[in-house]
Design a protein around this ligand. Structure first.
Ligand SMILES: [Fe+2]
Length: 303
Protein backbone atom coordinates (compact mmCIF):
# COMPACT_ATOMS: atom_id res chain seq x y z
CA UNK A 1 0.00 0.00 0.00
CA UNK A 2 1.36 3.46 -0.75
CA UNK A 3 0.59 6.80 0.85
CA UNK A 4 -0.09 9.75 -1.39
CA UNK A 5 -1.10 13.00 0.32
CA UNK A 6 -3.53 11.31 2.72
CA UNK A 7 -4.70 8.83 0.09
CA UNK A 8 -3.94 5.23 1.00
CA UNK A 9 -4.27 3.27 -2.20
CA UNK A 10 -3.79 -0.16 -3.65
CA UNK A 11 -4.47 -1.48 -7.16
CA UNK A 12 -8.05 -2.50 -7.82
CA UNK A 13 -6.86 -5.20 -10.20
CA UNK A 14 -3.79 -6.16 -12.19
CA UNK A 15 -5.20 -4.24 -15.15
CA UNK A 16 -6.56 -0.95 -13.88
CA UNK A 17 -8.07 1.16 -11.16
CA UNK A 18 -7.10 2.07 -7.63
CA UNK A 19 -8.80 1.34 -4.35
CA UNK A 20 -8.71 4.18 -1.81
CA UNK A 21 -8.66 2.56 1.62
CA UNK A 22 -9.61 4.10 4.95
CA UNK A 23 -6.68 3.11 7.11
CA UNK A 24 -6.73 5.96 9.65
CA UNK A 25 -10.43 5.98 10.50
CA UNK A 26 -10.87 9.20 8.55
CA UNK A 27 -14.03 10.75 7.14
CA UNK A 28 -14.39 10.28 3.40
CA UNK A 29 -15.27 13.98 3.25
CA UNK A 30 -11.76 14.80 4.55
CA UNK A 31 -9.87 13.09 1.73
CA UNK A 32 -7.34 15.22 -0.12
CA UNK A 33 -9.36 16.45 -3.10
CA UNK A 34 -6.47 17.41 -5.39
CA UNK A 35 -4.75 14.05 -4.92
CA UNK A 36 -8.01 12.20 -5.53
CA UNK A 37 -8.78 14.13 -8.71
CA UNK A 38 -5.27 13.50 -10.04
CA UNK A 39 -5.63 9.78 -9.35
CA UNK A 40 -9.07 9.66 -11.02
CA UNK A 41 -7.79 11.44 -14.11
CA UNK A 42 -4.97 8.94 -14.56
CA UNK A 43 -6.77 5.74 -13.48
CA UNK A 44 -10.34 6.30 -14.75
CA UNK A 45 -11.87 4.28 -11.91
CA UNK A 46 -11.55 4.54 -8.12
CA UNK A 47 -13.16 2.43 -5.39
CA UNK A 48 -13.54 3.97 -1.91
CA UNK A 49 -13.75 1.23 0.70
CA UNK A 50 -13.89 1.09 4.49
CA UNK A 51 -15.22 4.60 5.07
CA UNK A 52 -18.27 5.31 7.23
CA UNK A 53 -20.85 6.13 4.56
CA UNK A 54 -24.59 6.33 4.06
CA UNK A 55 -26.79 7.81 1.35
CA UNK A 56 -26.45 11.34 2.73
CA UNK A 57 -22.64 11.14 2.90
CA UNK A 58 -22.58 9.62 -0.60
CA UNK A 59 -24.63 12.58 -1.86
CA UNK A 60 -22.38 15.13 -0.10
CA UNK A 61 -19.20 13.44 -1.31
CA UNK A 62 -20.33 13.26 -4.93
CA UNK A 63 -21.58 16.87 -4.83
CA UNK A 64 -18.02 17.96 -3.96
CA UNK A 65 -16.62 16.63 -7.24
CA UNK A 66 -19.48 16.74 -9.72
CA UNK A 67 -22.00 18.96 -11.49
CA UNK A 68 -24.76 18.64 -14.09
CA UNK A 69 -26.45 15.71 -12.36
CA UNK A 70 -28.84 13.98 -14.76
CA UNK A 71 -32.25 12.44 -14.07
CA UNK A 72 -31.71 9.69 -16.69
CA UNK A 73 -34.33 11.12 -19.12
CA UNK A 74 -33.92 9.10 -22.31
CA UNK A 75 -32.39 6.14 -20.45
CA UNK A 76 -33.63 2.70 -21.44
CA UNK A 77 -33.92 1.01 -18.03
CA UNK A 78 -36.40 1.55 -15.18
CA UNK A 79 -34.64 3.20 -12.26
CA UNK A 80 -36.14 4.00 -8.85
CA UNK A 81 -35.72 7.51 -7.39
CA UNK A 82 -34.08 7.36 -3.94
CA UNK A 83 -35.09 9.73 -1.10
CA UNK A 84 -37.10 11.90 -3.53
CA UNK A 85 -33.87 13.06 -5.24
CA UNK A 86 -34.24 12.58 -9.01
CA UNK A 87 -30.44 12.59 -9.38
CA UNK A 88 -30.02 9.64 -7.00
CA UNK A 89 -31.29 6.49 -8.65
CA UNK A 90 -31.31 2.76 -8.14
CA UNK A 91 -29.65 0.69 -10.81
CA UNK A 92 -32.10 -1.21 -13.04
CA UNK A 93 -34.94 -3.38 -11.81
CA UNK A 94 -33.97 -6.84 -13.04
CA UNK A 95 -31.43 -9.51 -12.05
CA UNK A 96 -29.73 -10.72 -15.18
CA UNK A 97 -26.29 -9.93 -16.55
CA UNK A 98 -25.57 -6.61 -18.27
CA UNK A 99 -22.56 -6.70 -20.57
CA UNK A 100 -19.88 -4.01 -20.59
CA UNK A 101 -21.02 -0.62 -21.87
CA UNK A 102 -20.56 3.12 -21.63
CA UNK A 103 -23.57 4.65 -19.85
CA UNK A 104 -26.18 6.10 -22.26
CA UNK A 105 -23.95 5.82 -25.35
CA UNK A 106 -27.12 5.35 -27.45
CA UNK A 107 -27.61 9.14 -27.28
CA UNK A 108 -25.35 12.18 -27.67
CA UNK A 109 -25.78 13.57 -24.15
CA UNK A 110 -23.93 11.19 -21.89
CA UNK A 111 -22.90 11.58 -18.27
CA UNK A 112 -19.13 12.13 -18.38
CA UNK A 113 -18.74 10.49 -14.99
CA UNK A 114 -20.65 7.97 -12.87
CA UNK A 115 -20.85 7.28 -9.17
CA UNK A 116 -22.11 4.02 -7.64
CA UNK A 117 -23.01 3.44 -3.99
CA UNK A 118 -23.49 0.03 -2.41
CA UNK A 119 -26.48 0.35 -0.08
CA UNK A 120 -26.72 -3.43 0.21
CA UNK A 121 -24.53 -6.04 -1.52
CA UNK A 122 -25.94 -9.25 -2.93
CA UNK A 123 -25.31 -12.27 -0.69
CA UNK A 124 -23.43 -13.71 -3.65
CA UNK A 125 -22.81 -12.81 -7.32
CA UNK A 126 -24.07 -9.49 -8.69
CA UNK A 127 -20.52 -8.16 -9.06
CA UNK A 128 -20.17 -4.88 -10.95
CA UNK A 129 -17.69 -5.34 -13.77
CA UNK A 130 -15.60 -2.86 -15.69
CA UNK A 131 -12.80 -2.58 -18.21
CA UNK A 132 -10.57 0.05 -19.76
CA UNK A 133 -11.92 1.11 -23.18
CA UNK A 134 -8.36 2.04 -24.13
CA UNK A 135 -7.24 -1.53 -23.52
CA UNK A 136 -10.35 -2.80 -25.37
CA UNK A 137 -9.31 -0.80 -28.44
CA UNK A 138 -5.73 -2.13 -28.21
CA UNK A 139 -7.00 -5.72 -28.07
CA UNK A 140 -9.13 -5.41 -31.24
CA UNK A 141 -7.77 -7.23 -34.29
CA UNK A 142 -6.60 -4.94 -37.08
CA UNK A 143 -9.65 -5.76 -39.26
CA UNK A 144 -12.03 -4.81 -36.43
CA UNK A 145 -10.05 -1.65 -35.66
CA UNK A 146 -10.53 -0.66 -39.28
CA UNK A 147 -14.17 -1.76 -39.45
CA UNK A 148 -15.22 0.21 -36.35
CA UNK A 149 -13.18 3.22 -37.54
CA UNK A 150 -14.92 3.20 -40.93
CA UNK A 151 -18.48 2.30 -39.90
CA UNK A 152 -20.51 3.88 -37.14
CA UNK A 153 -23.14 2.19 -34.99
CA UNK A 154 -26.84 2.81 -35.53
CA UNK A 155 -29.06 2.35 -32.45
CA UNK A 156 -32.77 1.95 -33.12
CA UNK A 157 -35.80 1.95 -30.85
CA UNK A 158 -39.55 1.61 -31.31
CA UNK A 159 -41.49 2.86 -28.29
CA UNK A 160 -45.24 2.80 -27.81
CA UNK A 161 -46.87 5.72 -26.02
CA UNK A 162 -46.57 4.20 -22.59
CA UNK A 163 -42.90 3.32 -23.14
CA UNK A 164 -41.75 6.75 -24.39
CA UNK A 165 -43.63 8.49 -21.57
CA UNK A 166 -41.63 6.41 -19.07
CA UNK A 167 -38.31 6.70 -20.89
CA UNK A 168 -38.45 10.45 -21.47
CA UNK A 169 -40.29 11.21 -18.20
CA UNK A 170 -42.96 13.32 -19.92
CA UNK A 171 -46.43 13.07 -21.48
CA UNK A 172 -45.59 15.79 -23.98
CA UNK A 173 -44.32 14.76 -27.43
CA UNK A 174 -42.89 18.27 -27.89
CA UNK A 175 -40.55 17.60 -24.96
CA UNK A 176 -39.52 14.32 -26.61
CA UNK A 177 -38.88 16.24 -29.84
CA UNK A 178 -36.63 18.69 -27.98
CA UNK A 179 -34.70 15.92 -26.20
CA UNK A 180 -34.17 14.04 -29.46
CA UNK A 181 -33.11 17.21 -31.28
CA UNK A 182 -30.52 18.07 -28.63
CA UNK A 183 -29.25 14.48 -28.81
CA UNK A 184 -28.98 14.38 -32.63
CA UNK A 185 -31.47 11.50 -32.50
CA UNK A 186 -33.74 11.04 -35.50
CA UNK A 187 -37.39 10.90 -34.41
CA UNK A 188 -40.49 9.69 -36.27
CA UNK A 189 -43.89 10.07 -34.58
CA UNK A 190 -46.39 7.48 -35.78
CA UNK A 191 -50.18 7.81 -36.11
CA UNK A 192 -50.78 5.63 -33.04
CA UNK A 193 -48.48 7.96 -31.03
CA UNK A 194 -45.74 5.39 -30.90
CA UNK A 195 -42.30 6.68 -31.91
CA UNK A 196 -39.30 5.38 -33.82
CA UNK A 197 -35.90 6.81 -33.00
CA UNK A 198 -32.40 6.18 -34.20
CA UNK A 199 -29.01 7.55 -33.27
CA UNK A 200 -25.70 7.12 -35.05
CA UNK A 201 -22.27 7.34 -33.39
CA UNK A 202 -18.86 5.74 -33.53
CA UNK A 203 -17.78 2.97 -31.15
CA UNK A 204 -14.31 4.54 -31.24
CA UNK A 205 -14.12 7.67 -29.10
CA UNK A 206 -11.55 9.70 -27.16
CA UNK A 207 -11.61 10.07 -23.40
CA UNK A 208 -11.86 13.33 -21.46
CA UNK A 209 -8.24 13.16 -20.39
CA UNK A 210 -6.27 11.38 -23.11
CA UNK A 211 -5.98 11.37 -26.88
CA UNK A 212 -5.65 7.62 -27.17
CA UNK A 213 -8.59 5.95 -28.98
CA UNK A 214 -11.10 4.20 -26.74
CA UNK A 215 -13.61 1.48 -27.65
CA UNK A 216 -16.73 2.47 -25.72
CA UNK A 217 -20.36 2.00 -26.66
CA UNK A 218 -23.68 0.38 -25.73
CA UNK A 219 -23.13 -2.27 -28.40
CA UNK A 220 -22.52 -5.35 -26.21
CA UNK A 221 -25.69 -5.19 -24.05
CA UNK A 222 -27.79 -3.81 -26.93
CA UNK A 223 -26.82 -6.75 -29.12
CA UNK A 224 -27.21 -9.37 -26.39
CA UNK A 225 -30.53 -8.06 -25.00
CA UNK A 226 -32.29 -6.53 -28.05
CA UNK A 227 -30.44 -7.93 -31.07
CA UNK A 228 -32.37 -5.88 -33.66
CA UNK A 229 -31.69 -2.59 -31.88
CA UNK A 230 -28.22 -2.02 -33.30
CA UNK A 231 -26.49 -2.37 -36.67
CA UNK A 232 -23.81 -0.51 -38.62
CA UNK A 233 -24.96 2.86 -39.95
CA UNK A 234 -25.16 1.52 -43.51
CA UNK A 235 -27.73 -1.04 -42.28
CA UNK A 236 -25.33 -4.00 -42.42
CA UNK A 237 -25.46 -6.50 -39.60
CA UNK A 238 -22.89 -6.70 -36.81
CA UNK A 239 -22.60 -10.45 -37.16
CA UNK A 240 -21.88 -13.26 -34.70
CA UNK A 241 -18.19 -13.49 -35.68
CA UNK A 242 -17.64 -9.83 -34.84
CA UNK A 243 -19.63 -10.11 -31.61
CA UNK A 244 -17.71 -13.26 -30.58
CA UNK A 245 -14.41 -11.36 -30.86
CA UNK A 246 -15.83 -8.48 -28.82
CA UNK A 247 -17.29 -10.75 -26.11
CA UNK A 248 -13.98 -12.64 -25.87
CA UNK A 249 -11.99 -9.43 -25.45
CA UNK A 250 -14.50 -8.20 -22.86
CA UNK A 251 -14.13 -11.33 -20.70
CA UNK A 252 -10.34 -11.25 -21.02
CA UNK A 253 -9.99 -7.69 -19.73
CA UNK A 254 -12.87 -7.54 -17.22
CA UNK A 255 -12.28 -6.63 -13.59
CA UNK A 256 -14.98 -7.53 -11.03
CA UNK A 257 -15.94 -5.68 -7.88
CA UNK A 258 -17.42 -7.81 -5.10
CA UNK A 259 -19.40 -5.12 -3.34
CA UNK A 260 -19.12 -4.38 0.37
CA UNK A 261 -21.80 -2.30 2.09
CA UNK A 262 -20.91 1.41 1.90
CA UNK A 263 -18.51 1.11 -1.06
CA UNK A 264 -18.39 4.09 -3.43
CA UNK A 265 -17.19 3.72 -7.01
CA UNK A 266 -16.15 6.63 -9.26
CA UNK A 267 -15.99 6.01 -13.01
CA UNK A 268 -14.82 8.03 -16.04
CA UNK A 269 -17.66 7.28 -18.47
CA UNK A 270 -15.57 8.46 -21.42
CA UNK A 271 -12.97 5.72 -20.92
CA UNK A 272 -14.24 2.93 -18.64
CA UNK A 273 -17.01 0.53 -19.66
CA UNK A 274 -19.03 -1.08 -16.87
CA UNK A 275 -21.67 -3.78 -16.46
CA UNK A 276 -22.68 -6.39 -13.91
CA UNK A 277 -22.95 -10.11 -13.32
CA UNK A 278 -26.32 -11.79 -12.84
CA UNK A 279 -27.60 -12.39 -9.32
CA UNK A 280 -30.56 -13.89 -7.46
CA UNK A 281 -30.53 -11.96 -4.17
CA UNK A 282 -33.40 -9.43 -4.33
CA UNK A 283 -31.83 -7.45 -1.47
CA UNK A 284 -28.98 -6.24 -3.72
CA UNK A 285 -29.31 -2.45 -3.73
CA UNK A 286 -26.85 -0.29 -5.66
CA UNK A 287 -27.44 3.41 -6.37
CA UNK A 288 -26.08 5.50 -9.21
CA UNK A 289 -25.52 9.19 -9.95
CA UNK A 290 -24.89 10.42 -13.50
CA UNK A 291 -23.00 13.70 -13.85
CA UNK A 292 -19.93 15.63 -15.04
CA UNK A 293 -16.71 16.43 -13.19
CA UNK A 294 -16.53 19.78 -11.41
CA UNK A 295 -12.81 19.74 -12.15
CA UNK A 296 -11.22 20.22 -15.56
CA UNK A 297 -11.91 18.05 -18.57
CA UNK A 298 -10.52 18.25 -22.04
CA UNK A 299 -13.87 18.66 -23.82
CA UNK A 300 -12.15 18.84 -27.20
CA UNK A 301 -11.29 15.16 -26.82
CA UNK A 302 -14.95 14.14 -26.64
CA UNK A 303 -16.91 13.30 -29.74
FE1 LIG B 1 -24.85 1.14 -16.91
Amino acid sequence: MKTDAKLYTQPLSEMLGQQVVNSENMSILALNEAAMIKLFQSEGVLLFRGFATNVEIFTQFTNKFSKDFMDYAGGVFNRRIINGDSTLLSVNDFNHEIKLHGEMYYQKTIPLMLWFFCAHPAAQEGETIFCDGKQFFNELSQPLKELFSQKKLKYRGHLDKDAWQKQYKTNDLNVVKQICKSNDSHLVINKDESIDIHYICSAIQHSMYENHPVFISSLLPAKSMYSESVSFDDGSEIDDKIMRELYDIAEKITTEICWEKGDILMIDNTRIMHGRRAFVDDKRDIYIRLCSPLFSTNESNKG
